[in-house]
Design a protein. Sequence first.
Lengths: 411, 841
Amino acid sequence: MLQCIFLLSDSGEVMLEKQLTGHRVDRSICAWFWDQADSFKSFPVIASPTHYLFQIVRDGITFLACTQVEMPPLMAIEFLCRVADVLSDYLGGLNEDLVKDNFIIVYELLDEMIDNGFPLTTEPNILREMIAPPNLVSKMLSVVTGNASNVSDTLPSGTGSCVPWRPTDPKYSSNEVYVDLVEEMDAIVNRDGELVKCEIYGQVQMSSQLTGFPDLTLSFANPSVLEDMRFHPCVRFRPWESHQILSFVPPDGQFKLMSYRVKKLKNTPLYVKPQITSDSGACRVSVLVGIRSDPEKTIESITLSFQLPHCVSSADLSSNHGTVTILSNKTCTWTIGRIPSDKTPCLSGTLALETGLERLHVYPTFKVGFKIMGIALSGLRIEKLDLKTIPPRLYKGFRAQTRAGEFDVRL
Amino acid sequence: MAPPAASQRYPSPSQPSGKSEVTDLKSQLRQLAGSRAPGVDDSKRDLFKKVISYMTIGIDVSSVFGEMVMCSATSDIVLKKMCYLYVGNYAKGNPDLSLLTINFLQRDCKDQDPMIRGLALRSLCSLRVPNLVEYLVGPLGSGLKDNNSYVRTIAVTGVLKLYHISASTCIDADFPATLKSLMLHDSDAQVVANCLSALQEIWSLEASHSEEACREKESLLSKPVIYYFLNRIKEFNEWAQCLILELAVKYVPSDSNDIFDIMNLLEDRLQHANGAVVLATVKVFLQLTLSMTDVHQQVYERIKSPLLTLVSSGSPEQSYAILSHLHLLVVRAPFIFASDYKHFYCQYNEPAYVKKLKLEMLTAIANESNTYEIVTELCEYAANVDIAIARESVRAVGKIALQQYDVNAIVDRLLQFLEMEKDYVTAETLVLVKDLLRKYPQWSHDCISVVGGISSKNIQEPKAKSALIWMLGEYAQDMSDAPYILENLIENWEEEHSAEVRLHLLTAAMKCFFKRPPETQKALGIALAAGMADFHQDVHDRALFYYRVLQYDVHVAERVVSPPKQAVSVFADTQSSEIKDRIFDEFNSLSVVYQKPSYMFTDKEHRGPFEFSDEIGNIPITPEASGDIVPAQQFEANDKDLLLSTDEKDDNKGVSITGSAYTAPSHDNSNISSQMQELAISGPATSAATPQSSFDFDDIFGLGLSTAPAPTPSPPLLKLNPRAALDPGAFQQKWRQLPISLTQDCSVNPQGIAALTVPQSLIKHMQSHSIHCIASGGQSPNFKFFFFAQKESEPSSNYFTECVINSSSAKAQIKVKADEQSTSQAFATVFETALSEFGMP
């Protein structure tokens, strides 16, 4: 049971305070929190002298919740994450100005999302029906109709329906449903160039604008590659259990249908071969990047970034392809883009060590970024999407993409 | 805590300082209040927005309360919402003015629009002004019967709010019964969920003084109710599912079929997108199968994969919460993640708090099959840019080395760390090498050759320096220049700021002296002289002690300071297994994150609403508490290894040595147990002293009064408070302060002794006589209990009892201390009667 939620700006200013129970939490708790040392402050769960604090940080905004009673910590954290998601959805992003400009909406949302310290309605679709987002369309509407209220007149029916994620009977002139496979590859390549860990975390994202009460089934050509799934509440468990078919009545609008993991992949699409040799106060660096196993689609937006060790006093790095930037905080980023057909991109140069140091003892970790459109690297393929009753003018679309998640190459 | 004025801590320059703007707003609002001109809502909205924004940044705008209420007559819902928000914030501070709001809120509660009805009702209940509760009952009653579920949902929560403002009003209006029928019959899942949450809280709080509420609370856990919820769990939203799962944890299944039914119903919850639901389900599974070992193991297999996905897929904050729980699981079942160790490899971008937990996981799951890979991985972190993580990694390698049998490769790795020439890595490694040598003396040759090459000048951290000095002393004969290094260090005595290092220097100089007297004599002399002149008490005392012992007999000194050592077999765990079990029972709660059971960090008054029933008697069961053994053990231990004492003083978190006969008191996490030891030690001492002195006192004054008061034919029957509460700290304090008013021996009947195999049974039994246990301990045949009781009529009059039961002689000795000494005889009678009934059917 949460007692209070605070939103803090990145300078520690209280932007918003929402008391949830009869027990009033004094704002001074925020000052206490802000004065803690960074190493302690960053923990998601903190015990203050008076309260237990949960926090998440999103785009510089700290969402801080207080309680004095025992409760599942994950529930508080999940809830705060949900609040952050809903707010950024509503406000079109998250930053100090957006929150301050729209604080009335934030209050309204919190009012519906949590009552007496217990989470209530957190489904974005339902909230959207109760409180209209402050977008351009509703602004236009208010000018045209003169009705400036951002609150809809009717109460969302979803709060009373047995399919809580879906409003009853939305109507569309054209019916559309899109399925996106979005995969992220997490990999670790160790000092010896071995791939110690490589797995894919994937999501099936959907966008549906369908009239009435559609019943969908989505099947995969090779569901056996999936290791562990998590489903949106709309997915029926039994059909998946018996036939690996996703059967569901979708929420209206965009949502995440399922997420999954695919472990123990054997290969990454790219290789990165870094080398550092150091001798008598100077290091030579060379990094090669190339395609290891061709995914048959173009690999785009390839980047490589790493933190220069503290003991490096200056760096002179250049590449035969793409651009290299070194920021003042010693972050070095090499933007490669696509791999050219005629040469292997190579970053090379020298690092000067601080005086007195002979050799480099601390080695950087290279973070790799890339994007591949049109393919899911896990190999997962969608077979078909069926609707029980086919509405007129139905458009179905499928897309896939893979990008690098946490792809570390160690040296 | 920061001063209360901190609310204005960060005023930005653009913010108004307060006063003049607020007065300005006040007059503007006043102008608008009566106006019905078109467009007035827009101007009101701007003003309201301003008021709320002032309120948000922490400026007190309570002075416009009256005006805000006057302006509240509007049909605009956003205006209404802002007004509700404002009123909710300031009503508590302005109870008189709040009366003004009742009128318009009550009117809104009858509005056509269900949204307005709901919002008005919510605001009405959120005023939290005690003398306005009479106005709540009507609207709440109709709200519960409203045909719109949104309004009902809010009304149900409103009942709970009312209960917290005025419990009697809530009960008198018979709201709990209404909620119960709603809970069982309403068609809307959210209404049902809110009923459940409200009833759980109300009945838990009522249960302390109402039999009926107690029964009702039990009835929530009855089979039909549990299945009623579990069968339709999918209709509820994710948060309500958590609530239901928490209820299900408390359900006691009737048989194994029951268990399997529930697990089947809940299996798909493990696949839910919300981590809180998954974790709550995991808890149900684990608790249900506790008694079925085979199934319990299968459960571990089943929950593994969902949990691992949660770790890697959520936000770092979620990962943190999950990892804390995984750590708990791994301690109980190390095998479960043994093959999934790669999941706990740290990624570069993860925040430090996640990395730290991952390192702990890697340490915990290391076994014969995966050690090589894990240690290789950890070694890569040691070269990490992040210094804190590099340190943790070195420590992790060391911990793994200490828990493995095959340490060959690991020792090599550790020694490689020393060659990295990074001061913090070297420092951490030295500490570890020291511990390793204590466990595996056979490695001394390899280690010493490397350690000998380290220049003591490069090591600044006290811990590392102490470790190095310890090794110099211990292996003086293998390191050719040990005496000279020590001599160097001793010469810089004045510059050595850490008392720990100075203590180690003294001991090392002694040890070195015994092995290589001619080379060390001079250095030892300087060290002893410097030590005896030291300002630090411990250093001074130790130097003096060494000096005297040397003076007495050098051979005795050698036996004392440098006896032949046995290798340490197991390093003491900082947490007792009872505490671990207790945390496991509190799975999916803050306890897990803090690695402490909730009673150690939450005040009783703040413990969750559902924890109130948790009687204090269940609290600490500490086997170390047996008073007559502990002091002896400590003595022996102190003698055995002087290194230990400094280690413990300066780092009560670190691993401490255990000899074969010695169990280190676990300082860190079981402060209750150490308190208990103090209690146990101080108890008998006082008992011996007090009666004696009181007799002398009497004799001196020749009063000749008989110590027993005038014979009371039958002591007035003492009524005890069945729900007395006292925290262990207060008990301890009182026990120290009060004299023993009574010591008595009595016997325990054989049935009682038989039942005593589970000490809990006595605690329960005494509780039924309103005598509560605060702590207990001991092992067969000697048990020791500390009880307390409270006079029913006077909460300030407490009785404290120490009861030692010897189960082989079936005798018990009780010592009573009391706030009110005159009634202690009466209490003792009650106590003895209660004790004599123990074990009787």
